[in-house]
Design a protein. Structure first.
Length: 222
């Protein structure tokens, strides 16, 4: 089990969504260092590869597009990479190093699926905004999430209320890690698509595998 004797180390931004999705999964990943993979993760990685090219920057009219931008927040103790950060030329913007004029900042996060009922995606985008605000000493009022399944952007308003919710979630994450206990599975948690199901609930995984093997045998017999 990972030790946190000297306090919590800086966490990746992606851990915020893992925590919202399932606290047990989050703990297995960041306390027990258990990682998994499934087709959903692979699909997401492929989508991110299209956005995450650190050597590819472009200018479209009044918009400068920068990809794979390293970001961090000392206040939240988070770090990560923003898929795309758009710098939009605007008289009400701020000065950006090595760029002439004034610019507004608009982060764009790429997701493989479609908008979810939970606020996990919004929290992750908001955390990105808070990192960028701290780094550039500015205020960012909104950001976008591009969903691969519906192939369009969804604009998210970054309110003070949303920021406070993110701060609460980050504190809860840190408290869980300091406690160093893996919580039990939530009763309403849907686990069938989780990449850690074999580690989290091996009995369920084994039953699913046996059923698939049995179906495969029956199909071959027929």
């Amino acid at each position: 089990m990972k030790k946190f004797d000297e306090g919590i180390e800086r966490l990746p931004l992606s851990s915020l969504k893992q925590y919202i999705y399932c606290k047990r999964r989050f703990a297995l990943m960041y306390l027990e260092c258990e990682w998994g993979n499934n087709y959903k993760i692979v699909e997401g990685d492929l989508l991110h590869q299209r956005a995450d090219d650190p050597n590819f920057n472009e200018k479209r009219g009044a918009i400068y597009i920068s990809r794979s931008v390293p970001i961090f927040s000392n206040k939240l103790n988070l770090y990560g990479v923003a898929d795309i950060v758009e710098f939009i030329q605007n008289e009400k913007g701020i000065k950006i190093p090595r760029k002439k004029g004034l610019w507004e900042i608009n982060p764009v996060e790429y997701k493989n699926g479609k908008p979810e009922k939970s606020n996990a995606d919004n929290y992750q985008l908001c955390a990105q905004v808070m990192c960028l605000e701290e780094m550039f000493q500015t205020e960012i009022k909104s950001g976008d999430i591009f969903y691969g399944k519906i192939k369009r952007r969804v604009t998210v308003e970054i309110t003070e209320e949303l920021k406070e919710e993110v701060k609460v979630q980050v504190k809860n994450m840190n408290d869980l890690l300091l406690n160093q206990k893996v919580p039990n599975k939530s009763k309403d948690q849907i686990c069938s698509l989780c990449s850690l199901i074999n580690t989290c609930i091996p009995s369920v995984f084994n039953k699913q595998k046996k059923l698939k093997d049995r179906i495969s045998i029956l199909m071959k017999e027929n």
